[in-house]
Design a protein around this ligand. Structure first.
Ligand code: ADP
Ligand code: MG
Length: 340
């Protein structure tokens, strides 16, 4: 039995969970706890082990080693239907020949609920996802977004200890994705369920999560709040993966800074780099452009290459020696002369 110092059992606990496929390590020794009511997101590039982890939690995949606990009960030897969870997949996976009401009722009947209770719960969850009145529709009479809301209602109806989401919005177009994302956020705020969410979309992870787990090559790079991840990335990988970044490979030698081809770079830093090779990273949104004559604390003299209009801002592509990078400026006004 696993409990924290206050005696509360986490909704989910993973201990040294591992999974390989032949020679490929899909998930390497994962340790993690999900508090009750927490919304935890696995975020990472394709192939980083997110789905494999989710499938092991759901019971669709066996770990090679380690243990999985739901509310203090060890479950890694149990089949999916014996675990107190419900999964929402990318494409809702509704039964096509059952109505909306029958789709939701199915899992409740499986769990042995009686008819009046089932009817009440179907009505309640349809109201929760704002689909009251859709009881008798068939899946092919629903839009993509409505289908996903039914899938969500169906999962919530069984009141599982944990809701698992595997990229539930990735098959929808942008406006619907944003709308449903807010809907999931609202439902979590109002109902406080515990959730594990998998996505490769960082804005989705940022908007929804209590905490984010950044995955890379089957391992955890960082676990933190969305703000913590974006303000204090724990590794070079996380810095590059979250938000946009520009990389400047530099060599500092004898008080001078050069690009890796040996070209001189007019870089003045508040804290000059120590001797050696460096990769200096910048957020393009944090770079400020100014005329060469203007004094700045940290400055780099550059030439402007070309400019892209991005709708809300202008992206300036810049050069300094062999370095190429870009920055975003809200306005297009730039002096044509040298820019620092
Ligand atoms: P993600 O969901 O982050 O894209 P996955 O968990 O699907 O990543 O995959 C992690 C790694 O395991 C990848 O290298 C993938 O190719 C491999 N993998 C996943 N499922 C299988 C499988 N059934 N057979 C062989 N390799 C697999
Ligand atoms: Mg996946």
């Amino acid at each position: 039995m696993i409990a924290d110092v206050s005696g509360h059992r986490p909704a989910l606990h993973l201990e040294n969970v591992r999974r390989r496929y032949g020679g490929i390590v899909a998930v390497r020794s994962l340790n993690l706890s999900l508090a009750q009511g927490e919304f935890l997101t696995f975020l990472g590039p394709s192939g980083s082990g997110k789905t494999t982890t989710l499938r092991m939690i759901g019971g669709f995949e066996q770990p090679d080693a380690g243990s999985i606990w739901i509310k203090g009960e060890r479950v890694d030897h149990l089949p999916p239907h014996r675990r107190d969870i419900a999964t929402i997949f990318q494409a809702g996976a509704l039964f096509p020949h059952k109505t909306v009401a029958e789709n939701i009722a199915y899992g409740l009947r499986m769990r042995g609920l009686q008819k009046p209770e089932i009817t009440a719960r179907v009505r309640e969850v349809l109201a929760v996802v704002r689909l009251s009145g859709f009881e008798e529709r068939y899946p092919n009479q629903l839009s993509g977004g409505q289908k996903q809301r039914v899938a969500l209602a169906r999962s919530m109806a069984v009141r599982p200890a944990i809701l698992l989401f595997d990229e539930p919005l990735s098959a929808l177009d942008l406006s619907l994705r944003l709308q449903l994302r807010s809907e999931i956020k609202r439902l979590h705020e109002e109902h406080g369920f515990s959730a594990i969410y998998v996505t490769h979309d960082q804005s989705e992870a940022m908007a929804l999560s209590s905490r984010i787990v950044i995955m890379n090559r089957g391992g955890i790079e960082q676990v933190d709040t969305p703000l913590g991840i974006s303000r204090a990335p724990a590794s070079e990988f996380v810095y590059n993966f979250i938000g946009e970044s520009c990389c400047m490979p530099l060599v500092a030698s004898g008080g001078e800074v050069r690009d890796r081809q040996g070209g001189a770079i007019d870089l003045k830093l508040h804290t000059p780099p120590r001797e050696g090779e460096w990769r200096l990273y910048l957020r393009p949104s944090r770079i400020k452009m100014a005329a060469a004559a203007e004094a700045c604390e940290n400055s780099l003299e550059v030439q402007v290459g070309f400019v892209e209009f991005l709708g809300e801002s202008y992206r300036y592509h810049l050069r300094a020696g062999a370095l190429e990078f870009f920055c975003d400026n809200p306005a297009p006004h730039m002096p044509r002369s040298e820019i620092a």
